[in-house]
Ligand binder design. Structure first.
Ligand SMILES: *[C@@H]1O[C@H](CO)[C@@H](O)[C@H](O)[C@H]1NC(C)=O
Ligand SMILES: *[C@@H]1O[C@H](CO)[C@@H](O)[C@H](O)[C@H]1NC(C)=O
Ligand SMILES: *[C@@H]1O[C@H](CO)[C@@H](O)[C@H](O)[C@H]1NC(C)=O
Ligand SMILES: *[C@@H]1O[C@H](CO)[C@@H](O)[C@H](O)[C@H]1NC(C)=O
Ligand SMILES: *[C@@H]1O[C@H](CO)[C@@H](O)[C@H](O)[C@H]1NC(C)=O
Ligand SMILES: *[C@@H]1O[C@H](CO)[C@@H](O)[C@H](O)[C@H]1NC(C)=O
Ligand SMILES: *[C@@H]1O[C@H](CO)[C@@H](O)[C@H](O)[C@H]1NC(C)=O
Ligand SMILES: *[C@@H]1O[C@H](CO)[C@@H](O)[C@H](O)[C@H]1NC(C)=O
Length: 418
């Protein structure tokens, strides 16, 4: 039975393979059974689920990663050009960063029903140029907004309040982060960037609950007088890495809750009495002043005296003079009032112009002397004439004096008057 014998093992092999296949299939099914239940339980090992397998109960925009457990949606570096329409209603933290949004229109986050849970919105690095009136309306729980690293050419003065100018909504914002939002110079409109930002922060008193404001790295040359007047709850103000030269016209008096004020890396030269007195009047404030080009001349006397006394300036031991040259790198705290004078130490440009003026004056003087020398005969004659005239005059005067001095002649003249 060679035929049957040869057929027998072949058939047995086939059955064995089938059985193995069935076993493997069974094993795979049993092994994958617990893992297939993972998505619905939203385990901490797999918090973000791709759009490929959305949970049935929730939607997640195609370009985003959503975690209902963490109440977080991340749409990061996806070249999005607009805010996704189908954001899940549970979202509390929304990271929409590194895209190409360009424009944020009115009601960009308004949904039906509203995203009432949304508390932290990060829009940094989106090439945003235009933030329109009411861009953040219908977000009743929004506490923190980060718009940093966007070249904001047009920031509407109603960006943080409702789009209805006649009835601005109060904003729920507590933290507003606007670091590095200055557009490159050639994109700036024909108006002051500082003024535009100040107008948006004023926005009909909408930001009266704001506690933290960051405006670092914005090339601010000055602080608009009204930048801070409508922000009475401010606790933390960060203005480091700008180009502020002076604070003379800004009032801090009404910022009674202010706790920290960062002014490092600016162009401050000196602080005046008014500013120092206002800071001293704030209960809890800490001020940071490092890395400013302090000018150590007679105008610095009040500030140095104040620095030696005050507890407000955390980094006061690190403050040093930048000008004038002879004072460079000297610590402000080491200065005596005798060191602080206002010698007219001229900048080099002025020094050269003074040298030039001196040369011109010397030339004029030399020419004058030359003219005198060439004309010496005429001058001699002129001197004689003057001398003669003087002599005549003096003789006449002498004569009259003698008449007046003689009492008899005086009596005579007064009698003749009667
Ligand atoms: C917003 O996102 C940027 C980029 O990821 C990050 O650097 C920044 O710290 C975030 N802002 C906040 C307030 O978390
Ligand atoms: C800014 O707004 C002005 C006037 O509203 C408009 O002409 C300009 O195109 C806008 N610029 C940008 C970059 O959106
Ligand atoms: C704006 O608010 C005013 C005052 O509440 C209201 O009369 C007006 O209808 C509002 N305008 C719009 C376009 O909603
Ligand atoms: C821009 O400013 C200049 C001078 O400040 C002014 O003459 C010009 O009319 C302004 N242009 C516009 C479009 O406002
Ligand atoms: C300071 O601000 C400038 C201008 O916005 C920016 O280019 C630079 O990176 C900033 N420097 C630091 C240390 O943040
Ligand atoms: C400070 O507050 C008082 C009273 O609220 C107000 O009259 C005054 O104009 C405010 N000063 C500034 C500089 O905002
Ligand atoms: C600044 O204040 C100090 C102390 O209050 C005072 O002695 C000084 O004269 C003031 N300086 C000016 C310029 O008002
Ligand atoms: C400040 O002046 C006092 C006396 O006028 C002097 O003893 C002291 O050395 C001076 N300090 C400095 C740092 O010049």
């Amino acid at each position: 039975m060679p035929g049957g014998g040869s057929r027998g093992p072949a058939a047995g092999d086939g059955r064995l393979r089938l059985a193995r296949l069935a076993l493997v299939l069974l094993g795979w099914v049993s092994a994958s059974a617990p893992s297939s239940s993972l998505p619905s339980s939203a385990s901490p090992e797999a918090p973000f689920l791709g759009s490929a397998q959305p949970p049935l109960s929730d939607r997640c925009p195609a370009a985003c990663e959503c975690s209902e457990a963490a109440r977080t949606v991340k749409c990061v570096n996806r070249d999005l050009t607009e805010v996704p329409a189908d954001l899940p209603p549970y979202v509390r933290n929304l990271f929409l960063t590194g895209n190409r949004l360009a424009v944020l229109p009115a009601g960009a986050f308004a949904r039906r029903p509203p995203l009432a849970e949304l508390a932290a919105l990060n829009l940094s690095g989106n090439l945003l140029q235009d933030v329109r009136a009411g861009a953040f309306e219908h977000l009743p729980g929004l506490r923190q907004l980060d718009l940093s690293h966007n070249p904001l050419v047009n920031l509407s003065l109603l960006a943080f309040s409702g789009s209805n100018a006649s009835a601005p909504d109060p904003s729920p914002l507590a933290e507003l982060i606007l670091n590095h939002i200055v557009p490159p110079g050639d994109q700036r409109q024909n108006r002051s960037f500082e003024g535009m930002v100040a107008a948006a922060l004023r926005s009909g008193h909408a930001l009266r609950g704001l506690q933290r404001l960051e405006l670092a790295s914005n090339h601010f040359l000055y602080l608009p007088r009204d930048l801070l007047t409508q922000l009475p709850s401010l606790r933390h103000l960060d203005l480091h890495n700008n180009s502020l030269v002076s604070l003379t016209y800004v009032s801090f008096r009404n910022l009674t809750h202010l706790e920290s004020l960062h002014l490092e890396d600016n162009a401050l030269k000196v602080l005046h009495n008014g500013t120092l007195a206002e800071w001293q009047g704030l209960a809890r404030v800490r001020v940071f002043l490092d890395n400013n080009p302090w000018v150590c001349d007679c105008h610095m006397v009040d500030m140095v005296a104040w620095l030696k006394e005050t507890e407000l300036v955390q980094d006061k031991a690190r403050l040093t003079c930048a000008f004038p040259e002879k004072m460079r790198n000297r610590g402000l705290l080491d200065l005596n009032s005798s060191d602080l004078d206002c010698d007219p130490i001229l900048p080099p440009s002025l020094q050269t112009s003074y040298v030039f003026l001196g040369i011109v004056l010397a030339l004029i003087g030399a020419i004058f002397l030359l003219v005198l020398y060439l004309n010496r005969k005429g001058i001699k004659k002129w001197m004689h004439n003057i001398r003669d005239a003087c002599r005549d005059h003096m003789e006449g005067y002498h004569y009259r004096y003698e008449i007046n001095a003689d009492p008899r002649l005086t009596n005579l003249s007064s009698n003749s008057d009667v």
